[in-house]
Design a protein around this ligand. Structure first.
Ligand SMILES: NC(=O)c1ccc[n+]([C@@H]2O[C@H](COP(=O)([O-])OP(=O)(O)OC[C@H]3O[C@@H](n4cnc5c(N)ncnc54)[C@H](O)[C@@H]3O)[C@@H](O)[C@H]2O)c1
Length: 430
């Protein structure tokens, strides 16, 4: 596992070089893609599939990255894709995309797109990514990489072959790009904690506490692959392994589905705030919560909790690493801060101290605001776009790669297997 990438010197840029091509299956627009310009720099023309939650977040990333960071290529928001023509055109205008398509195959077929960004539910990740790689595009794919290990394996094989042709493929574990998380990784790699003993990670949300919340795609196995496990657990498995610079060797797990039947969603149901529209109900086919423990390759113990039933917890991703020399702790709800305890200080003076991660020499921060002027959730997507543009320009394998996404998928599969066998310890396949 690599080191966090450091941002370049900031140099704001303005303007647009968006391409406004309209073709068969395309919906025309007067606007050009917003992205940003860098005079004389080659464009990186992006086509994105999906325009709801992650579509909006990734749009922020592509729109902003080249305006804040001095990038070697200029992201151009060429076209966005969704299945509803009017809605996708409205989304293109709102988020700054030049064109709109109603079929992802048409998006991939366009010769004015270099990179396909997949922001759809997991059931379409493999098909879209495989087609995009076969068509010669770079790919960014949201997490979890796929809905099954088999799909993730096929995607990883295709990504490796594509790398040989100069194409890159990255999976969107965006929390790695938060400055405090990148700093934590750097401090672990510097040896500040010494040998790691524990990694403790929880990801708690509460949007399913209401039993009348409808049966949206996240609650159906055929669409989402798994429940809180793939949705939240994938993030914390990736973060634990990334921060530790190590990998899980096996897990013991419990999962639970607390509400088995839910109202069917209406046509307008969206994301995490859907309202029920029908009296009919359907069966929840995924886990509502997943708890598991595991051992990392160099011996540290790790514990994980992912749930969408933690009443009062909105997006509480918390982690702590304890090592022989010290500890680090992070809380997504205070994302500009990192807590650090140096266990080598005299006991009378030791204690957790708060590092305000807003200094110009902190990861990504030299491009942003003066110290103390904090960043937010959306900046992780700006940094994700920034890092991918650098990787493409340098022809360097991006991290996390599809192979990293596959390994996380294997952990998720082992968690489900263990939970189905009364928590028996289950090795992670390699
Ligand atoms: N990185 C993160 O922090 C994070 C957060 C939330 C979701 N995600 C992941 O992002 C992905 C999307 O989740 P979301 O919350 O944005 O979902 P969403 O329901 O908000 O949006 C899904 C989008 O995909 C579109 N879509 C679905 N099938 C399509 C198809 N066949 N062709 C074209 N468009 C299609 C929908 O119209 C919609 O625009 C999932 O893999 C999810 O796990 C990641």
């Amino acid at each position: 596992m690599g080191q966090p990438q450091q941002p370049d010197q900031a140099e704001a840029e303005a303007g647009s070089t968006g391409s406004a091509r309209t073709g068969s299956g395309s919906i025309g627009s007067a606007s050009t893609g917003s992205g940003s310009t860098g005079a004389g720099k080659p464009p990186l023309r992006v086509g994105m599939v999906g325009y709801a939650f992650m579509g909006a977040a990734h749009s922020q990333g592509w729109r902003t990255a080249g305006r804040v960071f001095d990038l070697p290529r200029t992201p151009v928001m060429a076209a966005i894709c969704g299945r509803d023509g009017a809605a996708v055109r409205a989304a293109a205008d709102r988020h700054g995309w030049a064109g709109a398509e109603t079929d992802w195959r048409a998006l991939i077929a366009r010769d004015d797109i270099d990179l396909v960004d997949i922001c759809t539910p997991g059931d379409s990740h493999a098909e879209i990514a495989l087609a995009a790689l076969a068509a010669g595009k770079h790919v960014l794919c949201e997490k979890p990489l796929a809905n099954s290990v088999e799909e993730a394996e096929a995607m990883t094989v295709a990504a490796e072959e594509a790398y040989g042709r100069g194409q890159l493929a990255m999976v969107g574990f965006n929390y790695r790009r938060l400055p405090a998380v990148a700093l934590a990784r750097a401090m672990v790699a510097e040896g500040r904690l010494g040998t790691l003993r524990h990694v403790r990670v929880t990801y708690l949300q509460d949007w399913l506490v209401d039993p009348h919340f409808p049966l949206t795609w996240r609650l159906r196995r055929e669409a989402a692959g798994s429940g809180s496990l793939g949705d939240l657990g994938a993030h914390i498995v990736d973060l634990a392994q990334y921060l530790a610079g190590d990998r899980l060797t096996g897990v013991s797990a419990m999962t639970e589905t607390f509400v088995g039947e839910r109202p069917l969603p209406g046509q307008s149901a969206r994301g995490l705030s859907a309202v029920p529209a029908e009296a009919a109900t359907g069966t929840v086919t995924v886990d509502d919560a997943a708890l598991f423990t595991g051992r990392l390759g160099r011996g540290a113990l790790a514990s994980f909790e992912a749930t969408r039933y933690a009443t009062g917890r909105k997006n509480a991703l918390r982690l702590e690493l304890n090592g022989e020399h010290g500890s680090l702790a992070f809380d997504l709800e205070r994302l500009n801060e990192l807590s650090y305890h140096d266990g080598r200080e005299p006991g009378a003076r030791a204690g957790f101290r708060r590092i305000l991660v807003t200094e110009p020499d902190h990861p990504y921060l030299d491009a942003w605001w003066p110290p103390g002027h904090g960043l937010g959730y959306e900046h992780s997507f700006v940094h994700q776009a920034r890092d991918l543009v650098h990787a493409v320009a340098e022809g360097r394998r991006p991290e996390p790669s599809f192979a990293d996404g596959l390994q996380v998928q294997r952990v998720l599969a082992a968690v489900e297997e263990s939970a189905g066998k009364n928590s028996v310890h289950t090795p992670i396949a390699v």
